[in-house]
Design a protein around this ligand. Structure first.
Ligand SMILES: [Fe+2]
Length: 311
């Protein structure tokens, strides 16, 4: 059995000192938003409790699906790099960037540079660039495939982008790893499902992504961005593919959004006969430690392809 843990939308704080120069951009909007909202409802103590409970479950690997920071200030990117070091060896932790990690022009490249050990494919030691995505890591019979949808956008927008170049590379990786009978996990920040988030936060390229999965196949998609513990299904090459979201890792209990959670995916079996169990753990009561929220057998509840209303 391979145990894959999944957290997302860590939004590490507090913000380092912010200068007026830093705020002369989209960051003004984000700073106001952070002061009003995330500062109150996101706490590093919660992230610490979630990570401690996650480590106690002894996962084989950890997927972090983006939004490690808030405004992508240089100090935040460095803080996130130090935090990543506390999670485990970079070979055991795979990160994909979110829109907050590419908050303003130039931030994406800085995050790629600082977090390269966690965002590089097996055997890749060169710099991480936009064209490095998707990257591929193979951990015994599981292929971890990291897609980037992160790009700086206009104020009040949090869109993601999945374009032709990445679609072609993703299809190639899925074909190759499929032939090797691997369990293929695609990690992506924005949910590749219509209606999962508001218009200004949506992924541009959902149709393209779903077409790749339909034609080349995958066994599991993990995403963040919505801050919601959702489960959707999209059509794969030989069956339905679960698309799993997760609550934000620093969200306090008692707010409007679901309190902090993480996912555990227990993967066993072999091609044609995979078994995947999804356990959600997290906070449900303020001041109580994380506990199990739910467990479902994704293999048992997979809808039949004929029942699919294509989204
Ligand atoms: Fe996001």
């Amino acid at each position: 059995m391979f145990r894959l843990a999944h957290i997302s939308d860590v939004h590490l704080g507090p913000l380092p000192d912010v200068t007026y120069r830093d705020l002369a951009s989209k960051r003004v909007v984000g700073y106001v938003n952070w002061q009003r909202n995330r500062r109150r409802h996101h706490h590093d103590g919660i992230v610490d409790a979630i990570v401690a409970d996650l480590k106690a479950q002894v996962p084989d690997h950890l997927a972090v699906t983006g939004d490690l920071v808030n405004l992508a200030l240089d100090g935040e990117i460095e803080l996130a790099r130090l935090w990543l070091q506390t999670l485990g060896a970079p070979t055991d932790v795979s990160v994909v960037p979110g829109n907050h990690d590419a908050y303003v022009p130039g931030a994406f490249d800085k995050a790629c540079h600082a977090w390269a050990p966690w965002m590089s494919g097996d055997g890749s030691h060169g710099p991480v660039r936009r064209t490095s995505f998707p990257y591929l890591r193979i951990r015994p019979n599981v292929a971890l495939i990291g897609v980037s949808t992160a790009r700086a956008t206009a104020p009040f927008m949090a869109s993601g982008f999945f374009r032709e170049g990445q679609a072609e590379r993703l299809a190639g990786i899925l074909e190759e790893t499929g032939k090797r009978d691997l369990f293929r996990v695609v990690m992506i920040h924005h949910p590749p499902v219509r209606g999962a988030v508001g218009q200004h936060k949506r992924l541009l390229g959902i149709g393209k992504f779903q077409k790749v999965i339909r034609q080349s196949g995958a066994e599991l998609v993990l995403h963040g961005h919505s801050h919601l513990p959702t489960l959707h299904w999209i059509e794969g090459h030989t069956g339905m593919v679960p698309v799993v979201g997760v609550a934000a890792a620093g969200q306090a209990a008692g707010g409007l959004r679901p309190a902090a959670q993480f996912n555990l995916l227990d993967i066993s079996g072999e091609r044609g006969n995979w078994n995947v169990q999804l356990t959600r753990r997290g906070l449900s009561v303020p001041a109580a430690p994380p506990s199990e929220v739910s467990t479902i057998d994704l293999t048992a509840i997979a809808p039949h392809r004929a029942l699919l209303v294509r989204s």
